[in-house]
Design a binder for this molecule. Structure first.
Ligand code: NAP
Length: 547
């Protein structure tokens, strides 16, 4: 019996359970990580803050929450049986259906028996002498394991606005990422929403339908384009099922693993009326085509980006009746597609309703404080019954920072990454042996479940490799960390998105120290990333150090 399995099977010392691997998080990443590690014969324990599986889709139950990517590219592909059994009901699945899907997966593969819910991990410390991780929960309970797998999500550390008086509001206040499990009734209520990111853009049209009055407090507007969601008929779903292999193979060949592929032409080479016709076509189509299926230079060339931004601005002016409101909804500080584009269903038309008011807190009415009755701006007090903080997340590294993770020499991960994450392939962090990261910083993402599957397969490959050879420890090699960090930073350089503040560049002014942009993801082509990871695996993981 090799050492990893031996650790997994060793009787538990009193008080501290021991596992082959501990997985933090029972979302899409943690569920699949558990499935694969179990297949390797490991004793695994998943710790999850929530009371059930689902991660993002467990927490984000706000009205209007749904996929922005085609449902039939957003499921797991590891089980053909599962793919054939599950029918997506809509092209862009609403949150309840997605959560039902993840519950079905958990049931089918009996995942819950290795999961411990209502269990927040507060610390994970590497014991170099023992070659084990010690994980501590909020309750004080501890467990040890050979491997620590972080499946914490890139958008799970939600942030509340740093506005004075936040605790004084006397009505209910919600962050969409901690939405109540019973539906919130807005009927007859005056509702306030702070924030106009992707979350608010989905929620606002829904809330506006039933609220007596809705006030949207917008600091900076975001670009958004129509989702054009629709239901999937039985025959359409059957046809999708018959083509799943082709669909997933196609996604694997695109830059971000979505179905969309950039048009090979450059905006600047296409005559204006031909461009306009192309953009009209994309704007009328469902999904991310207007962003990812657009001319290939919109994300790197200022002139091209200004042209598509002007097209989208024109659409906003056409859809919003009041020209002054339309102007406020048009971003001036960043170009279209330089942040992940929120896809909307009637967002702009919501501002044509008599019960919806847009308050521009940047130019017209800065927020001074939150009061027991509502929000006091420089002009007046807006009285509210319900307040919603759609103020986003401390993206990518935020969820890591909330855990006291310490590696070799008791170095804290938060400190090690203060200037920039240092990883190899975003899979293992420098100085943190046996810590496998699903969707860690500096890895490739885009279509999240496909990125998760790729990441887990690679990491399960490392574990298998170790089990077969009796290795007990894996860590990065400095020269490869240096090379990968440079590759990631270089890949981001030409992108206009790198010059914009967003969770993707690590800026969040509600979090201390999050004012400087950092590169947090691998922005090269998805094919290059797959090729690189395949080469590393085929070459026997020589880029890592084992013992
Ligand atoms: P976000 O895009 O970061 O937006 C946060 C919003 O809150 C911004 O408008 C921001 O304004 C505002 N804000 C933050 N702090 C504030 C403060 N102190 N005072 C006033 N306004 C404040 O966050 P998000 O909307 O939650 O979306 C994050 C990401 O989640 C998206 O980019 C997307 O990747 C993902 N998401 C996906 C879907 C989906 O369709 N599947 C749905 C929702 C979210 P400033 O811009 O001025 O900072």
């Amino acid at each position: 019996m090799n050492d990893v399995v031996a650790v997994a099977r060793r009787p538990r010392p009193t008080g501290t359970a021991e596992f082959g691997a501990i997985v933090i998080g029972a979302g899409i990443s943690g569920m699949f990580m558990l499935y694969r590690l179990r297949e390797l014969g490991m004793r695994v324990r998943v710790f999850e803050t929530g009371s059930d599986v689902g991660g993002t889709w467990y927490w984000n139950r706000y009205p209007g929450a749904r996929f922005d990517s085609e449902s039939w590219t957003y499921g797991y592909s590891f089980s053909k049986e599962l793919m054939q059994e599950w029918d997506w009901k809509e092209h862009f699945s609403p949150q309840p259906d997605t959560l039902e899907y993840l519950n079905r997966v958990a049931d089918k593969f009996d995942l819950r028996r290795d999961m411990q819910f209502d269990s927040t991990v507060t610390a994970a410390h590497w014991d170099d002498a023992a070659g084990l991780w010690t994980v501590t929960l909020e309750s004080g309970e501890q467990a040890r394991s050979r491997f620590l797998c972080t499946a914490v999500g890139i958008l799970s550390a939600h942030t509340l606005p740093a506005i004075p008086g936040r605790d004084r509001f006397r009505g209910p206040a919600y962050h969409p990422a901690r939405w109540p499990h019973t539906p919130v009734d807005f009927t007859g209520k005056c509702v306030g929403v702070i924030g106009t990111g992707a979350t608010a853009i989905q929620a606002i049209p829904e809330i506006a339908k039933s609220a007596k009055h809705l006030t949207v407090f917008q600091r900076r507007p975001n670009w958004a384009a129509p989702l054009h969601n629709s239901t999937i008929s039985k025959s359409e779903m059957d046809a999708i099922k018959a083509r799943y292999d082709q669909i997933y193979a196609h996604c694997a060949s695109t830059p971000m693993w979505f179905i969309h592929q950039a048009d090979p032409r450059k905006t600047v080479d296409v005559p204006p009326d031909e461009r306009e016709a192309f953009w009209e076509k994309l704007y009328a189509e469902p999904g991310f085509g207007i962003w990812l299926g657009n001319f290939r230079d919109i994300g790197v060339n200022e002139e091209a980006n200004a042209a598509i931004s002007e097209f989208i601005a024109k659409k906003i002016r056409q859809r919003v009746t009041d020209p002054a409101v339309a102007e406020k909804l048009i971003p001036k500080d960043h170009g279209f597609g330089t942040r992940r584009v929120p896809l909307e269903s009637g967002y702009f038309e919501a501002y044509n309703r008599a019960n919806v008011l847009l308050v521009d807190t940047l130019c017209d009415e800065p927020i001074e404080r939150i009061t027991p009755l509502g929000i006091k701006t420089s002009r007046r007090e807006h009285e509210l019954d319900i307040l919603i903080y759609a103020t986003g997340f401390d993206g990518v590294t935020g969820a890591f920072d909330r855990i006291d993770i310490r590696g070799t020499g008791a170095v804290q991960l938060k400190d090690a990454w203060a200037e920039s994450p240092r990883t190899y392939l975003g899979m293992l962090a420098e100085g943190f042996p046996n810590m496998l990261m699903v969707l860690g910083p500096h890895t490739a993402r885009g279509n999240i479940p496909q990125a998760v599957e790729h990441s887990v397969e690679f990491q399960a490959g490392i574990v298998r490799f170790m089990l077969e050879r009796g290795h007990v420890r894996v860590e990065t090699r400095p020269e490869h960390v240096a090379e990968w960090t440079e590759t990631v930073i270089k890949a981001a350089e030409p992108l206009l998105s790198s010059k914009v503040d967003s969770w993707q560049t690590g800026v969040n002014r509600n979090v201390e120290g999050r004012t400087v942009r950092r590169v947090l993801g691998y922005n090269g082509h998805g094919i290059h990333f797959r090729r690189k990871t395949d080469e590393v695996a085929k070459g026997g993981y020589k880029e890592f150090l084992f013992c």
